[in-house]
Design a protein around this ligand. Structure first.
Ligand SMILES: [Ca+2]
Ligand SMILES: [Ca+2]
Length: 437
């Protein structure tokens, strides 16, 4: 009768143990697989992360949530031990009054407890405000970054050039601190990205140190843009979408002309170009569209630009403007969506062209003769040539030097997206992070 060899028992136990371990690892990895759970984002810093100066206490987090969840369609879990603000997920790691050293003393525990995939770090304002060793602040921030990178070996860290102060003494320290950050970030590899939040202006501040609601909204859009490089994974990254429906944000302006020459009202006592949403049975999507109209009163020179949305959108090499236009007559084809840039430039004079190679300028759009009256036409314009600049306003413009007469039509479904390739894959660029822990 054959004995059960001891070595075989050992081998069996070894195989069993290996199998159990493998099963346990599979379970752990399945639970943590990217795309099957929300991406964990830790807003980390001081009162500016907590939300001081924000009317809702939400800091940048509510506007960022709206963009990530509402526009980009991500499942997001903000994480941290603090709660503040009015948003679906108020978790954060913002500590009022804290400096770099205080965050560094506590961050290991927070990272272990909340396991973020992405850390949004805005810190240093209190060091500058308290004049606490400002000369070593960049170096201490570097050490804090190293702590985070070691604690979370697959996480991305977005680190801010911090927002300005209205106090000139503090601001001089902030300027020096921010100037040192590129050399702090550069040697620490691709998982650390610098996000320039120093672009806020004095009009974006609620007090000496804290942004107001507008400032926090501007912070949100810049965090959001930077997150594209972490989470975007080649998919479309929507910056602005509006179809002029009742449930969507209303235009900032209605029938408000920024600049006009020889263009009057369409009829009925109107004195200038109109541009406002209407529900008149003509819409590309939904039931409403932006109606435009006016009267071209000169056969040599006539234009009018009506303001529609105020925006604050940084452009990348992948940003594309698209919209649909329904001119009601040939004169109505001399119309285009125009974009004003924060540096004083604009789309119409930038030389950018649509999908037919026709310039994105109302005069060229009409002369190009590819917009067909009495039907919806899509116009798509790559804004790659404007990369690095910022859109401050979207307008609808008419420009027709020759001829005269009335024009009218509709614009609908304006979209500004950072467009990806035909990427069919998983949601998260964090695929390397199966949270092997
Ligand atoms: Ca949460
Ligand atoms: Ca619509």
């Amino acid at each position: 009768m054959a004995r059960w060899p001891l070595c075989n028992v050992r081998q069996f136990l070894g195989i069993l143990a290996t199998a159990l371990l493998a099963a346990a690892m599979l379970t752990t990895q399945a639970e943590a697989a990217p795309g099957t759970r929300p991406v964990r984002i830790m807003p980390l810093g001081d009162s500016i992360t907590y939300g001081v100066g924000s009317s809702t206490g939400s800091s940048y987090r509510a506007a960022l949530w709206d963009r990530l969840v509402g526009q980009a369609g991500y499942a997001v879990d903000f994480v941290g031990s603090q709660r503040s603000g009015a948003l679906p997920d108020t978790d954060n790691e913002g500590h009022s009054g804290w400096r770099i050293d205080q965050v560094a003393s506590n961050v290991d525990g927070w990272l272990a407890a909340y396991q973020p995939d992405v850390v949004l770090l805005h810190i240093g304002t209190n060091d500058m405000n308290q004049n606490y060793q400002p000369d070593t602040a960049p170096q201490r921030l570097g050490a804090l970054l190293d702590q985070i990178l070691v604690d979370r070996p697959a996480a991305a860290v977005l680190i801010a050039k911090i927002v300005p102060s209205s106090d000139s003494t503090i601001q001089s320290r902030i300027t020096a601190f921010n100037a040192a950050l590129p050399s702090v970030v550069a040697p620490r590899g691709s998982r650390v990205k610098l996000v320039d939040l120093s672009v806020l202006s004095s009009a974006d501040l609620a007090d000496r140190l804290h942004p107001n609601d507008n400032g926090y909204a501007r912070m949100a859009v810049r965090w959001y843009s930077a997150l594209e490089t972490v989470l975007g994974d080649g998919r479309d990254w929507p910056l602005l979408r509006n179809g002029f429906e009742a449930a969507e944000p209303a235009p900032t302006w209605r029938d408000t002309v920024a600049a006009a020459v020889n263009v009057g009202g369409y009829c009925c006592g109107l004195t200038g170009m109109e541009a406002s949403p209407r529900t008149e049975g003509t819409a590309h999507g939904g039931s409403s569209a932006l109606m435009y109209s006016g009267s071209d009163n000169s056969a040599t020179r006539s234009y009018s630009y009506a303001m529609v949305f105020t925006t604050d959108l940084p452009l990348t090499a992948r940003t594309v403007l698209s919209y649909w236009i329904y001119p009601q007559q040939a004169a109505g084809t001399f119309v285009a969506v125009d974009l004003q840039l924060s540096d004083g430039g604009n789309l119409r004079d930038s030389g950018a062209v649509d999908q037919y190679g026709v310039r994105a300028h109302p005069q060229y759009q009409g002369e190009g003769r590819h917009l067909v009256p009495r039907q919806w036409n899509q116009v798509r314009v790559s804004l790659a040539g404007l990369a690095g600049r910022t859109i401050s306003r979207a307008d609808v413009g008419f420009d027709r030097p020759a001829d005269s007469g009335s024009f009218r039509g509709y614009v609908d479904d304006i979209a500004i997206n950072d467009e990806g390739g035909a990427y069919p894959g998983a949601d998260l660029a964090l695929a390397a992070d199966a949270d092997r822990r």
